[in-house]
Design a protein around this ligand. Structure first.
Ligand code: C2E
Ligand code: CA
Ligand code: CA
Length: 564
């Protein structure tokens, strides 16, 4: 490292205090190490700062002074581009004054009567060092548009509040604008800037009523670290109303996540959680406010755990494929027709985990294709194994998730799978959920046509949970409709549900495809479905999803029935 041989000039510090005794006391402490100049009130302070701005390393500022007090000095400095970055340590005897000074941009405090010399020197040294480093990275403290802190300084100050003011119970609040990019795109950047500025103003107005700081974290994310004892709903409404008043022609929706103060938790973590809460209500205009609570925390820990553990789960064969039979109920006795492959995770510590706990998680980040690929291979091997062992073929349906549909290698992978195991294309059926159909119709139709041309059968899963129109359905390549479970649940008692089931069956008849009713649990439900001409049934009434050994019993039973 470069070292100068010249004796370095000591750094220049300005001490501002109306009381001579205080000026002297600080002079004694500082003069061994710094060059010190003095001012007796705010006015003189600003003159000296102006004169020495290029040499000054810092200002030590009393708050209570006649003429122009310390707050006014801070305020002036903050509005002044040249002075804004000069660090100020506030001298005060009043704890409550500290926060206000911090909000005005003070870097630190020294309480009167002055602490031990070493302590004062250490704090001055640290602030100067920090500020020099800060000049190097040369980040401006405030976001020009909203005059809130930018993210780096925000966290520096948040940490300071957290460390030096344990008596303050500060909540973390994250606020976001829904679809801000389209607000910009539709109304122009200037309008977008206005929106941000108005939110910034309202946040500053809010902070003036309580204690806290705020930043514009990125484009349209605002972080507020503050004391708030009211209802968060009211706070949300306050900002939303402000935004509503901007223009009668543009509707702008905010969303908000809150991590309320409960115990000492570092600001960064508090804001991670507030952000997680805020993300959970993304796009949810009915419920734009989310409070982070214990349930969310447990859920997040579990998700993290599952994401970490997936790799070893595949390697250590913790993933298991279960099979649930589908029966043709128009035969007497009902005849085993096929099965659905359903994934289970036999976790060494968490026990058997059902797919509801991890499928949506993996769908969110693409890992689902790892799971699906595994299931497809297991299922295909299993069909071949049973065929060889019992001379009996049970076709198996596998679930295809949204992500898979848009993977260009899908068709080749499935083709290879069938060929590798010496199967017929009709032995593997593909379940695609209805909601995928509504998303990207053209591409989906192409992929499905490709699969059907090979000979795969396509089952539309969870039919009735999405919003396919009859029109769309008739142009869709589908071989089977799987009726959503919710229709069956109350079929015995609810007349409307029974009519809906009848309607689904009529639609299927019109499309000339069979229907699978899922979630059938009772004899009564089965009877109603049989009378209504439903062909196939899957549900606990016949069997829960079973491990392969268990499913083999059903195969053996079927073979016995056929022989007699
Ligand atoms: P799904 O495809 O609609 O599967 C049917 C679900 O209903 C299964 O839950 C099954 O165990 C359950 N079920 C069957 N009969 C009854 C019944 O009579 N009563 C009740 N209450 N439930 C019944 P499971 O196995 O927990 O799977 C949940 C969902 O997870 C599946 O819904 C499917 O969307 C997804 N899933 C399961 N395995 C896979 C997979 O390998 N890949 C993908 N992508 N998704 C999968
Ligand atoms: Ca399914
Ligand atoms: Ca289903």
């Amino acid at each position: 490292m470069f070292k100068s041989n010249q004796i370095q000039r000591p750094q220049l510090v300005l001490v501002v205090d109306d009381q001579e005794i205080n000026r002297d006391a600080l002079g004694v402490i500082l003069e061994g190490k710094y060059e010190v100049i003095y001012a007796c009130d705010g006015k003189e302070a600003l003159e000296k700062i102006d004169e020495h701005i290029d040499e000054l390393a810092m200002v030590m500022l009393d708050l209570m002074m006649p003429e122009m007090n310390g707050y006014e000095v801070l305020e002036y400095m903050r509005e002044n581009d040249r002075m804004r970055h000069l660090p100020v340590i506030v001298l005060t005897a009043d704890k409550d004054a500290e926060l206000k000074a911090l909000q005005l941009g003070a870097a630190d405090f020294i309480t009167k009567p002055f602490d031990l010399h070493e302590v004062v020197l250490a704090r001055v040294g640290r602030i100067i060092e920090l500020s020099e480093g800060r000049k190097l990275i040369s980040a401006a403290e405030h976001d020009k548009l909203t005059m809130l802190y930018n993210r780096n300084f925000f966290f520096e100050y948040a940490n300071r509040l957290y460390n030096y003011h344990p008596e303050l119970h500060l909540d973390a609040i994250v606020m976001n604008i829904e679809q801000f990019h389209s607000v910009n795109a539709l109304n122009g950047r200037d309008f977008g800037d206005d929106v941000l500025r108005i939110i910034g103003n309202e946040i500053r107005a809010f902070l003036a009523e309580t204690q806290g700081i705020a930043s514009r974290f990125d484009a349209d994310r605002f972080d507020i670290y503050c004391v708030y004892n009211g209802d968060y709903r009211d706070l949300f409404d306050r900002f939303q109303q402000k935004v509503n008043s901007i223009s009668p022609n543009v509707s702008i929706h905010l969303r908000m996540g809150v991590k309320p103060w409960r115990e000492k938790v570092e600001p960064v973590l508090m804001f991670d959680r507030a952000r997680a809460a805020c993300n959970m209500v993304r796009g949810n205009y009915q419920k734009p406010l989310m409070i982070y609570d214990e349930d969310m925390r447990m859920g997040e820990l579990l998700n993290q755990r599952l994401l970490n553990d997936l790799k070893s789960a595949v390697k250590d064969r913790q993933l298991k494929v279960f099979y649930q039979p589908k029966y043709n109920i128009q035969c007497d006795p009902p005849k085993l027709s096929s099965a659905e492959a359903l994934i289970r995770w036999d976790h060494p510590e968490l026990g058997m985990i059902s797919p509801g706990a991890f499928i949506p998680l993996f769908e969110g980040n693409g890992l689902i294709s790892v799971v699906d690929n595994f299931v497809w291979h297991e299922a295909a091997k299993q069909v071949a194994e049973w065929r060889d062992k019992y001379n009996y073929t049970v076709p198996v349906s596998v679930n295809i998730s949204r992500n898979d549909v848009f993977d260009t290698t899908l068709i080749d992978r499935l083709k290879e799978l069938v060929e590798e195991n010496g199967l017929d294309f009709s032995h593997i059926k593909l379940e695609i959920t209805e909601s995928a159909y509504t998303e990207n119709t053209k591409q989906l139709v192409d992929v499905i046509e490709g699969l059907r041309n090979l000979g795969f059968e396509i089952e539309m899963d969870d039919f009735g949970s999405g919003y396919s129109s009859l029109n769309m359905l008739s142009s869709m390549p589908i071989d089977v409709l799987k009726m959503d479970m919710k229709f069956i649940r109350n079929i015995e008692t609810n007349e409307t549900d029974r009519r809906l089931v009848q309607m689904v069956l009529d639609i299927a008849k019109y499309l000339k495809v069979p229907v699978v009713a899922e979630g059938v649990e009772t004899e009564n439900q089965l009877e109603i479905l049989r009378q209504a001409d439903c062909d196939l049934v899957q549900g606990y009434y016949f069997s829960r999803p079973l491990p392969p050994e268990g499913f083999e019993e059903l195969i053996k039973r079927e073979i016995t029935i056929e022989r007699n």
